[in-house]
Design a protein around this ligand. Sequence first.
Ligand SMILES: Nc1ncnc2c1ncn2[C@@H]1O[C@H](COP(=O)(O)OP(=O)(O)OP(=O)(O)O)[C@@H](O)[C@H]1O
Ligand SMILES: [Mg+2]
Length: 274
Amino acid sequence: MSTLKIENLHVSVKDVEILKGVTLTVNEGETLALLGPNGHGKSTLLAAIMGNPNYTVTEGSIFLDDIDVLALPVDERSKAGIFLAMQYPSEIPGVNSADFMKAAMNAHREKPMSLFQFYSKLQGAYKEMHIPFEMSNRNLNEGFSGGEKKRNEILQMKLLEPKFALLDEIDSGLDVDAMQVVAKAIGEEQEKGRGFLVVSHYARLYDMIHPTRAAVMVNGRIAVNGGPELIQKIDTQGYEWIRDELGISIEKEEQPMNKVSIGVCATREATKDK
Ligand SMILES: Nc1ncnc2c1ncn2[C@@H]1O[C@H](COP(=O)(O)OP(=O)(O)OP(=O)(O)O)[C@@H](O)[C@H]1O
Ligand SMILES: [Mg+2]
């Protein structure tokens, strides 16, 4: 069984420390739910695991079994079995979706696939994700709707068959039917024994994919570890109990805007006599 092990990870963005000592382990075959208030470092953690160069690791380690992940460039991390479905997938003008998938899949193999083999896999995955196959001819994510981008991320996960999939708010922007499609696809990969680190704010997705454990990130650290019951607690009570029960204050970002804006005054004026 493979293990993705993150220890005492410190990560900075533009010299501001965002992650302040994250320790987290995900085993193959389990699904870890990662929750936490906005802006507390969840996406930063996933980006650092995948190797986004905007995020500088200043301390700590990430190991996939005995592989030192931090020593590898992004493509080698992918080949080692790590996959990231991004919170905001980028639009890549000029890169055809099918060409992109073929290049990515072939990069993971010693010998390139035959065109027939590639197209039958590609068609199968589009069908399973309920994405019209014509979309494989469009440029990657260019002009895709929010939900199409998210389904396209899961399509890539299915085709690349990673050991560990990091899913960052994969449920945002999905309609009810698309959510079912995505949850089913995740379920099939769970059955194959993949490990998942899933970031979401809502119990709805988690109810469909049944995480084995949950963790809460606050102020760039894992403040709470627990079972899936943590998800329900957060869904009903929010995060304030972390401060009350654990004495961890939840740092809020400074709000530099003026409290009263012209818009507020104008609205008051317009609604004064109503
Ligand atoms: N590339 C960047 N440049 C500047 N600041 C950044 C960058 N990436 C992240 N940050 C800052 O790091 C902090 C953590 O951001 P992150 O995206 O990891 O939060 P999050 O927990 O994923 O939040 P959310 O739930 O809203 O997605 C935020 O204050 C954010 O503004
Ligand atoms: Mg995020």
